[in-house]
Unconditional design. Structure first.
Length: 326
């Protein structure tokens, strides 16, 4: 592994390094804004919050929220110290176009580290007979996740672009999984890191179809929305026999820009210096590696503590005007 030597060295000196770190202005506790239970954000975010809290000797944990859009607002205002967001909702929030707070430019939420890509995928019960997007019947009840989430923001527009007629339903991923099983909705349109806990749970309890985009559908979506091509690996779910064609958006962890540089630097060091620990929290963290620092693409200003870590340890070329405070 490219960073294994660095990771080993970091582990050997971590206790001493964190003890010697200047903790001026550090909070005694922190919260990571995640999303609804049953989704990847909650599992991933609560996991790294607990890891950081243990390593730094602080009190910290994940908080259930409405997802990426709300997380930008919570971190911007300082209601939570950390959060997680997707690049599309983040860009809208920074421009002041977030449906959470129209007109408010959320520029006090800073980039901290790359997380993973969020694939957009569709799941239905096998008993429904739905095996393709084009087979979703008119008026189908589709669950799009929590209101204001990445899925709820983009997937309805994607479905409309593909000519699907539907009734929109919202709820936590866990709740929607139960509704799908009970026949209260027909389809769930997921935008979440894979494997999605709610889908894995459904697979255990019933037969499901995980529906991929056709090549034409994928191309149409990529032309209309800020997404990239993605394949959900066949080993992600027991239901899949082959890789499933999808599209995705990158996710980034964010920090309130006013947090001390030394604090954010220490947090990023814990997350980025040992990928195996992160993968143990959630398999989506296989993409939480230093070389993916560039997936920010200049959308979110970097926290100075995070920028310093990536410049020093990943050779990141981050211009001064992309770091909060210049």
């Amino acid at each position: 592994m490219k960073y294994s030597a660095f990771a080993l060295a970091s582990l050997l000196v971590s206790t001493a390094a964190f003890a010697e770190e200047d903790r001026t202005g550090w909070p005694d506790s922190f919260t990571v804004a995640t999303a609804s239970q049953g989704g990847t954000y909650f599992a991933y975010g609560s996991g790294w919050a607990n890891l950081v809290a243990e390593e730094l000797g602080l009190t910290g944990g994940g908080e259930v929220t409405g997802g990426p859009g709300q997380n930008m607002a919570l971190v911007h205002t300082g209601d939570t110290q950390f959060g997680m967001t997707t690049m599309g909702p983040a860009a809208e929030a920074i421009r002041g176009e977030s449906p959470i707070a129209p007109g408010l430019q959320m520029t006090n939420a800073c980039a901290m580290f790359p997380m993973y890509q969020t694939p957009f995928s569709v799941t239905a019960l096998s008993s429904s007979g739905i095996t393709a997007i084009s087979e979703i019947p008119d008026g189908a009840r589709i669950g799009f996740g929590p209101a204001g989430s990445t899925s709820d923001t983009y997937f309805p527009r994607m479905m409309e672009t593909l000519g699907v007629d539907f009734e929109r339903r919202n709820g936590s991923w866990s709740d929607l999984g139960g509704q799908l099983q009970d026949g209260l909705i027909d389809v769930i349109a997921f935008a979440a890191g894979v494997p999605v806990p709610a889908v894995s749970q459904l697979e255990v309890q019933t037969d499901v179809n995980i529906i991929e985009f056709t090549e034409d559908e994928q191309s149409t979506i990529m032309e209309a929305f800020p997404v990239a091509s993605f394949e959900i690996a066949a080993d992600t779910y027991t239901t899949l026999e082959n890789d499933a064609r999808s599209v995705s958006m990158w996710n980034f962890a964010i920090a309130n820009c006013d947090l001390p540089e030394s604090f954010v630097h220490a947090v990023v060091d814990i997350i980025m210096s040992d990928n195996d620990r992160m993968v143990n929290i959630h398999r989506a963290a296989r993409s939480t590696v230093p070389e993916n620092w560039d997936k920010n693409g200049g959308v979110i200003a970097w926290h100075p503590g995070a920028a310093r870590w990536f410049i020093e340890n990943a050779g990141a070329d981050i211009p001064a005007d992309q770091i909060h405070g210049g």
